[in-house]
Ligand binder design. Structure first.
Ligand SMILES: Nc1ncnc2c1ncn2[C@@H]1O[C@H](COP(=O)(O)OP(=O)(O)OP(=O)(O)O)[C@@H](O)[C@H]1O
Ligand SMILES: [Mg+2]
Length: 207
């Protein structure tokens, strides 16, 4: 695969969408050939699976079903959207990836790292991102920015204790996955954007 693959991670409201929008503007202005995509989603089937996962009415969903749906959406998205773009030499930028599954389902839900790694083997082995940007801010601070959790989003409705666990899960991934780089995002959107650009340059993702 000729292109580079980078992903953004962080708790709800950490600023992923904001930073992807600013990065998109930056790359467009410089003529970089890239695609911006998201998980779960990024292909028709995966967007359908996203609706099932996030639907606030699906309160009976067991943890394993949730983890497998994320993995199913992921592999479809990888094969249908990500791989063709990488083969064409594009830079692929994705909002969330397998590290979300490790932090949310593996750690916070308690399914364990091994289970998540097992059901995401292809993603981890064949589509290992060149860089993962971790927007490092606690969920308490991040939710303040969003003015609280989205009432229609099943994951956001899980309460602050769950999201604190997700944050702890992310922190535990750092020594295990050296391609995850935490960046301070406690400042303004523009300051964080500059931190993102510096990181992408330092890691030779962009010139
Ligand atoms: N550095 C910042 N300072 C202040 N507010 C910010 C900052 N970055 C983002 N925000 C605001 O915080 C809110 C959440 O940001 P955003 O939607 O980008 O987060 P997200 O990580 O994509 O959230 P989600 O997980 O829900 O998709 C938005 O209202 C956004 O404008
Ligand atoms: Mg977002």
């Amino acid at each position: 695969m000729k292109g580079k693959f980078i992903t953004f991670e962080g708790c709800e409201g950490s600023g992923k969408s904001t930073q992807l929008r600013l990065l998109s503007e930056y790359l467009t202005a410089r003529g970089v050939d890239f695609i911006m995509t998201r998980e779960p989603g990024g292909s028709g089937i995966s967007e359908d699976i996203r609706k099932i996962i996030l639907n606030g009415k699906n309160t009976e969903m067991c943890d394993e079903c949730e983890a497998l749906l994320y993995a199913a959406a992921r592999i479809q998205h990888l094969k249908q959207t990500v791989a063709p773009a990488l083969d064409c030499g594009k830079l692929v930028i994705c909002d969330r990836y397998v590290h979300s599954s490790l932090a949310y389902q593996g750690y916070a839900r308690g399914l364990g790292t091994e289970y998540i790694e097992d059901i995401n083997k292809i993603a981890l082995e064949k589509f290992n991102p060149d860089l993962t940007v971790f927007l490092d801010i606690s969920p308490t601070d991040a939710f303040k920015r969003k003015h609280g959790a989205d009432k229609n989003d099943r994951m956001e409705q899980l309460g602050i204790a769950f999201h604190e666990k997700v944050y702890e899960g992310y922190k535990r991934l750092l020594p295990l996955y050296p391609r995850i780089c935490p960046i301070d995002c406690g400042g303004t959107k523009e300051q964080t954007h500059l931190n993102v650009i510096k990181l992408l340059k330092d890691k030779n993702i962009i010139n």
